[in-house]
Write a protein that binds this ligand. Structure first.
Ligand code: NAD
Length: 243
């Protein structure tokens, strides 16, 4: 199947490692030009060096509006357009209700909700003008089934799905498709940091490889995924128990 991604221009946010990096590499292998960002310069440079197509890599904190706006401007200057935007960021820390401070809540909202909003504000009008676009968010299975001890993630990511569903309706007339992709447990540094040993919770009996998650995102970003919008798609090895 030709995914029709050759020479498409894709932003992949928070992509120096983990799921973002796997998505950037997956899109590039299909011929897309890539704009990457993350906060840490050294790791970002190392990842950019692995991208086989034309690549712009800039240090950006996606929770800061002015940095996101500057990044998107730089991408347009370099490539002339934006076809695909993958909104991603790190995850908030593990907390229970009584251990989460107000500043924890504000930081989680900035990191996972406002960053998505900033990227959407900067990129969707351009896609609308071009009458083609794919805006994808990376959230978590937590939007379908809350994970114990992750109250910040469970709450804030559900706000992202409300945003995604609403945007999908507003932008559908312009052939701009907006979807959310929900990773289950996937072997990245985030999983190590959380110290999770979840295999017994997963019908497939193992955590995912980042590439297994990335393959789904690459398809949704492609020409071939032309009739999917407003969906939250699980890549979770069967972990969420509802049908
Ligand atoms: P990771 O920690 O391996 O990588 C996170 C990436 O985001 C890194 O490149 C980091 O530099 C970048 N980053 C973090 N904060 C940033 C910021 N403010 N601005 C710019 N870049 C920033 O994490 P991951 O496993 O790849 O997870 C990606 C997302 O998916 C996270 O939100 C995570 O919570 C979520 N998620 C992961 C899993 C999993 O099992 N790995 C499961 C469910 C949800």
């Amino acid at each position: 199947m030709d995914l029709g991604l050759k020479d498409r221009v894709a932003i992949v946010a928070a992509a120096s490692k983990g799921l973002g990096k796997a998505v950037a590499l997956g899109l590039a292998r299909e011929g897309a030009k890539i704009a990457l960002c993350a906060r840490g310069e050294a790791e970002l440079r190392a990842t950019a060096a692995e991208i086989p197509t034309e690549c712009l890599a800039l240090t950006v904190d996606v929770s800061v509006e002015s940095q996101v706006a500057q990044f998107v401007r730089a991408v347009v200057e370099r490539f002339g357009r934006i076809d695909i935007c993958i909104a991603n960021a790190g995850g908030p820390p593990a907390r229970q209700f009584e251990s989460a401070s107000i500043s924890d809540w504000r930081a989680a909202i900035d990191l996972n909700f406002m960053s998505t909003l900033y990227l959407a504000r900067e990129t969707l009008p351009l896609m609308k003008q071009a009458r083609w676009g794919r805006f994808l968010t990376i959230t978590s299975v937590a939007v379908k089934q809350p994970i114990d001890g992750l109250i910040l993630s469970n709450s804030v990511r559900s706000a992202v799905t409300g945003l995604v569903k609403t945007l999908s309706n507003e932008y559908a007339p312009f052939n701009v498709l907006v979807n959310n992709v929900c990773p289950g447990y996937t072997a990245t540094e985030r999983l190590k940091a959380l110290g999770a040993k979840p295999e017994h919770l997963i019908p497939l009996g193992r955590v995912a490889r980042p590439e297994e998650f990335a393959d789904v995102v690459v398809f949704l970003a492609s020409e071939r995924a032309s009739y999917i919008t407003g969906s939250s798609i699980l890549v979770d090895g069967g972990m969420v128990r509802s049908s």
